[in-house]
Write a protein that binds this ligand. Sequence first.
Ligand SMILES: Cc1cc2nc3c(=O)[nH]c(=O)nc-3n(C[C@H](O)[C@H](O)[C@H](O)COP(=O)(O)O)c2cc1C
Length: 263
Amino acid sequence: MIGIYLSGTGNTKHCIEKLTSLLDETAQAVPIEKKSITNLLSQHDFILFGYPVQFSNAPMMVRDFIKKHADLWKNKKVLCVATMGLFSGDGAGCSARLLKRYGAEVVGGLHLRMPDSVCDVKLLKKPLEKNREIIQAADKKIENWAENIKHGKYPKDGLLFHHQIAGFIFQRFWFHSKTKDYSGNLKINNSCIGCGSCALVCPTGNITMNQNRATAGNRCTMCYRCISVCPKQSITLLGERVIEQCRFEKYIKNEPKNFSSET
Ligand SMILES: Cc1cc2nc3c(=O)[nH]c(=O)nc-3n(C[C@H](O)[C@H](O)[C@H](O)COP(=O)(O)O)c2cc1C
């Protein structure tokens, strides 16, 4: 068994690491941008596949990853795990349908509500204590399902037809254009000091350093990692200014840690 994930602000990383270790303490959880991922994927038959929901869809990088490894999914058992700030309808179903197309057996779908990761939009921001409660509830759900999965019973979040209808009507119909491709809308303003933290953490290699300034390309998967680590809050995507740098670590400890490059 292996856990694989895309995670922007650390929520999905936490959830996949926790579920993976509860199911098999010897199993690894690795990010999809890791260089050895193809090799690791081919070695395992049971995969926990996690990602953050974006406008009730799987992030572009996740959909790309599934397609890029099309020949590796056949006969793999996959549990799709989608984390979300509020609601997704069929967050897990979005990858499940694609994986099935390539021959995977989707054994389940798990939806986990976690703190909101959109650093430059105020809408879903919560006080620290509320976010801690949300994480505790997600941890409890993971623990309960880990026990069930050990007995062969899997969650079905986001996999049924009415979930698909809900995801479509409440989100994808309105926001489809936001997730249909990588984004070229990442903005880096003049306060950038050229530290390179953003380029280091970007999972798609979308940010490059030119003459001590960060420059964004058009392959942003909207994970918000760069925005959450920029020491000058110089980067925005959906909003005009950074409201809060969302990082999983800060909900569980007082001092946020730096992301490290995991490739
Ligand atoms: C661009 C974007 C779109 C999002 N859309 C949704 C959404 O439609 N529904 C929802 O509940 N959460 C949404 N979220 C919140 C994230 O899914 C949620 O905070 C997730 O746990 C982040 O996980 P991560 O830290 O592993 O990236 C969105 C986040 C981003 C960055």
